[in-house]
Design a protein around this ligand. Sequence first.
Ligand code: NAG
Ligand code: NAG
Ligand code: NAG
Length: 200
Amino acid sequence: MFCCLSSSSSLRMKMISSILLLLILSSCLCAATFVVNVTQSSYQAEENHSITLEWTFTTKTQGSWRKLFIYCSLLAPHKPLVLYQVHEGVEIPESQDEQFSGRVQSDKDVLREGRIRLHVSRLRTEDSGLYLCDVETEDGFNSAECRLNVTAAADQLQPPTENLQPDSRGRIGLYVSLGLFVLIVSYFLCQCYILKNQAR
Ligand SMILES: *[C@@H]1O[C@H](CO)[C@@H](O)[C@H](O)[C@H]1NC(C)=O
Ligand SMILES: *[C@@H]1O[C@H](CO)[C@@H](O)[C@H](O)[C@H]1NC(C)=O
Ligand SMILES: *[C@@H]1O[C@H](CO)[C@@H](O)[C@H](O)[C@H]1NC(C)=O
C-alpha cells in the first residue's frame, strides 16, 4: 500500500514538472517570436541637419492596436530622455522630453506595418548617444537600440582658426617694428661713430 502510494505521487510529480517545463519552453518560444530590430545600428550626422531613426517590430496580428506600447528614449548619463511614446496605440506627445520638443516627427502610416520611423530635425550635439526603443504588442515585448553621433558643424569649428590670424598678424607687426627700431638705432650709432671719427 505504502509502496503504491509513493509511486503514484512520484508519477504525479513527474507529470507536474514536465507540464511546468512545457510551459516555460512555450513562453520562451513565444517571446522569441516577437522581435524588435534597428534598420541601422549607428547614425552619423552634423549639427542642425536632420536624420530618420528607424526600428522594425514583428506584426502578426492585424487590426487591434489597443495593446501597442512604444517607449523610445535617449539613454542620457543622468536619466533617460523620452523621444517618442505610444500608449495603447495612441501617441503621447506630452511625455516627450523638452530637448526634443518640436523636432520629432513620426510616420504614423508605417506604424501599422511594424515600422517606427522618427524624423529628428535641427540636430544638436547633445542629441548624441544611445537610443533605445521598447515595444510591446499582443505578440510580446522586446527592445532594440541604435547609436547617434552628432558632430559640431564645420563653420562653427572655424572661428578658433580665424582667431589665430590677427594674432599672427600682430606678431609679424611686432617683429617688423622691432627690426625697424634696431635699424634706426644702429643708423644713429653709426652716425655718432662717424661724427666722433671726424672730430678727431
Ligand atoms: C529582424 O532581423 C532579423 C535578422 O536580420 C530578420 O530575420 C527579421 O525578419 C527582422 N524582423 C523584423 C520584425 O524586422
Ligand atoms: C563621432 O564622429 C566623429 C567624427 O566622425 C568621430 O571623431 C567620433 O569619434 C565619433 N564619436 C563616437 C562616439 O562615435
Ligand atoms: C544652428 O542653428 C542655430 C539655431 O538656429 C544657429 O544659431 C547656429 O548658428 C546654427 N549653426 C550652424 C553651423 O548652422
